[in-house]
Write a protein that binds this ligand. Structure first.
Ligand code: PMM
Length: 268
């Protein structure tokens, strides 16, 4: 899954695809590079980010979703708002990627239930201004699994068939660096929930610290090799979808992983 953030302030690509033609061109490019989904978002969720107004979010994402979907791209809409999800699905999106797992908007589950869209439910403990203060766990893997399991119960009770729900442990959302690594190590436990898994490790801060000692950190654009390596390990751990900014590197990594296993890769 390639990422197109139609935002001025996302941590790694904010402002780069902020106008519709650039965002559409980037979506096309990601698909040509081997992305099977293009995830379009109009609200930054980086730590500390303030919420964007609903009308502005719609203005940012809808023309991009409409144009890419019309060209046959499988589009995912990255939103926490039911109204944005509904309009994006009407414009051709076939997946709703909600970083709050349906918690931020009480109408989200019903909107998704009424559609045929896939639903990515990410582990979430609150909006960007609060989330890092909520990164407290006795056992992060067990608690994230329990909280995701509760979301599945609520979402299926609201009418979303279980087979349409994809689970994401929410790397970087109410997680410390060490929590992110623990969750990657614990993906087999997330898998026991019985859903397809998606992860969004791409360019995140914990990858920027690898190999850099206590205080060193790489810039977001210098994290694509680390992201691709993570993609291969995640695929090996059974992850169904990797949400990444640099599709070329992850497709390469998945091709190597697949060749190693003797099966077909992402680019095959
Ligand atoms: N991370 C970001 C945005 N959306 N969606 C899912 N499902 N999982 C994630 O980890 C995730 C996401 C933040 O990264 P960005 O600002 O580069 O989009």
């Amino acid at each position: 899954m390639g990422v197109v953030n139609v935002t001025p302030d996302s941590f790694s690509d904010g402002g780069v695809w902020f106008d519709t033609p650039s965002a559409v061109a980037q979506g096309r490019l990601l698909r040509a590079q081997g992305a099977q989904w293009v995830d379009v978002g109009g609200e930054s969720t980086r730590p500390g980010a303030l919420r964007v107004d609903e009308q502005e979010e719609l203005r940012r994402v809808l023309p991009v979703v409409r144009e890419l979907a019309a060209e046959g791209v499988s589009v995912s809409i990255d939103t926490m708002r039911a109204c944005v999800a509904a309009q994006a699905v009407a414009a051709g999106a076939t997946m709703v990627n909600d970083v709050s797992g349906g918690l931020a908007d009480p109408d989200m589950a019903a909107v998704v239930a009424d559609s045929d869209a896939q639903f990515v439910a990410m582990h979430w403990r609150g909006h960007s201004t609060q989330m890092q203060s909520r990164a407290t766990y006795a056992d992060v893997v067990t608690q994230v699994c329990d909280e995701l399991g509760e979301r599945v119960l609520a979402l299926t009770a609201a009418g979303i068939p279980a087979h349409r729900i994809i689970l994401d442990p929410g790397l970087g959302f109410a997680k410390t660096f060490e929590h992110n690594w623990a969750l990657l190590r614990g993906l087999d436990q997330v898998a026991t929930l019985g859903h397809r898994m998606l992860i969004g490790a791409s360019r995140k801060g914990f990858l920027g610290r690898v190999g850099r000692g206590a205080d060193g950190v790489r810039d977001p654009h210098e994290r694509d090799v680390a992201t691709a390596v993570t993609s291969a390990y995640a695929a090996d751990a059974g992850v169904w979808c990797l949400r990444v900014h640099d599709v070329v590197a992850t497709v390469d990594a998945l091709d190597v992983w697949a060749a190693w296993r003797g099966s077909e890769g992402a680019g095959a």
